[in-house]
Design a protein around this ligand. Structure first.
Ligand code: SF4
Length: 297
């Protein structure tokens, strides 16, 4: 296999002819699966997570996942936009094709220190990926299988010696990768990545991607989180799934689809959430002041 990672500013997808026949075949199955998928809303990991998360507004959820409305209410200096900037400049693309919002500049028109630090970290991340010999095959795309869908950062070739020993994996070195940038500390086990197995959102994402890939291709591959911390730490986390976990995820999707049939959107009734919601100006359910919390003793 030739070196697929460019030494330039971004990674590039290799021409199909540069890939092994087995890999070409798998990619072809992904394309065919997408072509035969029915139209309409898809079951994505973020739709599932938002649907079952009681802290999320179901009016907002419905507008995004049922009506297909697009909203970007991230703050240009917020962690979401910084993460997008990181991905955009590391991989050369973002999931929906939109570049990050421009960062503010100093009074003299230069970059803030945090902006320069982020740029340096992107360079370092590129070196880390080269060192690990992660070879992107497809960058930022979708896998669709029936009504299920996964938006991946990378499908890549990656020779992880441990991965071949995982019981139920086919002998291919194809893997799914999700790249994360975070401001959390390396040892943060509450909001960060210190104990990813207890991060339910992350585990749903990993299971969903493996499930959709398997449904589209018949091949079971591992899922990696490659996490870059603001202070320079890096974690590479491999998620393999047991047959039981895959079956449980399949049941979760069925439960989601059943509940959806009788679902009626309802608002969250939380002032702070509405204040930062991009639908605020067009939402008849928004609250404009703190709600009374009643306690009867
Ligand atoms: S403005 Fe409030 S109620 Fe309306 S969608 Fe947003 S979070 Fe929900």
């Amino acid at each position: 296999m030739s070196e697929l990672i460019e030494s330039g500013s971004t990674f590039v997808e290799p021409a199909p002819s540069a890939l092994d026949e087995e890999v070409q075949e798998i990619l072809l199955k992904i394309d065919k699966s997408a072509e035969s998928a029915p139209k309409g809303p898809k079951v994505t990991q973020s739709a599932i997570k938002g649907f079952f998360d009681d802290t999320k507004c179901k009016i907002r959820w419905s507008r995004i996942y049922q009506n297909g409305e697009q909203i970007d209410d991230s703050d240009p200096e917020g962690v979401l936009n910084k993460g997008l900037y990181f991905e955009y400049h590391l991989l050369g693309a973002t999931r929906d094709g939109k570049p990050p919002k421009p960062f503010p500049l100093t009074n003299r028109g230069g970059k803030y220190k945090w902006h320069e630090d982020l740029d340096n970290q992107i360079e370092e991340a590129r070196m880390v990926m080269k060192k690990l010999q992660i070879k992107p095959v497809r960058i930022q795309g979708e896998i669709t299988a029936g009504t299920d869908q996964a938006h991946y950062d990378l499908i890549a070739l990656f020779e992880d010696p441990q991965h071949l020993s995982t019981l139920n994996l086919n002998q291919t070195s194809l893997c799914l990768f999700d790249i994360k940038w975070t401001e959390t500390r390396k040892d943060d086990k509450w909001k960060g990545w210190a104990e990813p197995e207890y991060n339910q959102d992350a585990m749903i994402q990993a299971k969903h991607y493996i499930h959709v890939f398997f449904k589209a291709t018949g091949v079971l591959i591992p899922f990696y989180f490659l996490v870059f911390g603001k202070t320079g730490w890096v974690r590479l986390i491999r998620v393999g799934v047991t047959d039981g976990a895959l079956a449980a995820h399949h049941n979760l999707i069925l439960r989601y689809q059943q509940k959806l049939q009788e679902f009626q959107p309802y608002p969250i009734r939380d002032w702070e959430t509405c204040l930062s919601c991009g639908f605020l100006s067009s939402c008849e359910y928004s609250v404009d002041r703190p709600i009374v919390q009643e306690i009867l003793i």
